[in-house]
Design a protein around this ligand. Structure first.
Ligand SMILES: NC(=O)c1ccc[n+]([C@@H]2O[C@H](COP(=O)([O-])OP(=O)(O)OC[C@H]3O[C@@H](n4cnc5c(N)ncnc54)[C@H](O)[C@@H]3O)[C@@H](O)[C@H]2O)c1
Length: 323
């Protein structure tokens, strides 16, 4: 089967390509524009790990450039599409919203248009726990109404779900949105708290914890996420479903306070953190927690990696990469 993975040089896309090319059942085309939201050398280093796999090819392309993207898409003719390329990051979306319009709105529309014109069996795309908004009740359930977005990033992810729903209803596209919950692990994103905190502990800098360190996050280990994405991909919405659209939470269902996450990092790194407790931040949710019963029932998804084990693996990679 031929699988197109967008955002292939990104944190989650890279791990998906790794996992999908472990055996020769899939032929994977990884696509990424290698934007410089964070150091491109990390993206290139991820791609180096995939070099030499006969069933993996990489192409540098911006999926918001419709002509170039369509030509690649049409040539490859994927059986499945995993669209995890996007402009990520909550706080940056208040600084540079146009990057989000470009990749998450224009780019997302291009991907939908491609799958409408030449339909794969199934398309899955990255949504986010951020779609739940300020007043969501924990644990977050897929059938609860979406609240007001707390950031422009969250607004684009809500828009993505609405756009995909339209393509399912009006064009019969089979599509699943996956609401990821705070993904962490080796080869992670330098703008996310695990990397920021590890760097601060390593360099003796102060970690500022908003919401007095009491914000709770449903940290989900990368291998559990890739497992969930692939399960969702291979179990498309039933054809009797009208429209063939659904969303799943992909989380751990085990939230921890940020201060607890710092303590786990301290243990794994063998160093104390300098912590400064800060007031709440307007773009941050007080708590995220995924109800995962829907994806469990549909695909058998069952996250396995504990926070202690996940942080240990993350620190092991971090030390090696930044040595
Ligand atoms: N990491 C998390 O905890 C998390 C949580 C919720 C949702 N998500 C979503 O999951 C997806 C993957 O996140 P990630 O953590 O791997 O982020 P990432 O930034 O590491 O990866 C995204 C990749 O997409 C590429 N990209 C961006 N715009 C593009 C364009 N126009 N054309 C081609 N490539 C483009 C970037 O270069 C980058 O390599 C994103 O949609 C993100 O919003 C991630």
């Amino acid at each position: 089967m031929k699988i197109l993975v967008t955002g292939a040089a990104g944190f989650i896309g890279y791990h998906l390509c790794q996992r999908l090319t472990l055996n020769d059942q899939a032929e994977v085309l990884g696509l990424d524009c290698l934007n410089d939201y964070y150091p491109v050398e990390l993206k290139r280093a991820r791609l180096v790990q995939l070099e030499g796999r006969d069933n993996f090819r990489f192409v540098q392309c911006d999926f918001a450039e419709s002509t170039a993207f369509w030509a690649i898409y049409e040539h490859f003719k994927p059986d499945y599409v995993i669209h995890v390329g996007a402009q990520a990051g909550v706080r940056y979306s208040e600084v540079n919203p146009s990057a989000y319009v470009h990749s998450n709105l224009v780019g997302f529309a291009n991907v939908l248009e491609a799958v409408r014109r030449l339909p794969p069996k199934h398309t899955v795309f990255a949504s986010s726990s951020s779609v739940y908004g300020a007043d969501a009740q924990v644990p977050f359930r897929e059938d609860s109404p979406l609240g007001k977005p707390l950031s422009f990033y969250a607004a684009t992810k809500q828009a993505n779900e609405a756009m995909a729903f339209d393509y399912a209803r009006n064009h019969g596209v089979f599509v699943t949105g996956l609401r990821f919950f705070t993904v962490y692990g080796p080869w992670g994103r330098p703008d996310m708290t695990p990397m920021l905190f590890a760097k601060a502990i390593q360099e003796g800098q102060t970690i500022k914890l908003f919401g007095e360190g009491r914000y709770r996050r449903d940290f989900t280990y990368i291998d559990d996420i890739t497992e969930g994405v692939i399960r969702a991909l291979l179990y498309p919405p039933a054809s009797v479903t009208t429209p063939p659209f659904r969303v799943f939470n992909l989380g751990h269902n085990c939230p921890v306070e940020m201060i607890q996450f710092v303590r786990e990092l301290e243990t794994a790194m063998g160093r104390k953190a300098l912590v400064e407790l800060m007031p709440p931040q307007p773009t941050e949710m007080p708590e995220t927690c995924a109800d995962i019963s829907k994806v469990k029932a549909a695909t058998g998804y069952n996250p396995k990696v504990s926070l202690v084990e996940g942080v240990r693996r993350f620190v092991e990679w971090y030390r090696g990469y930044y040595a």
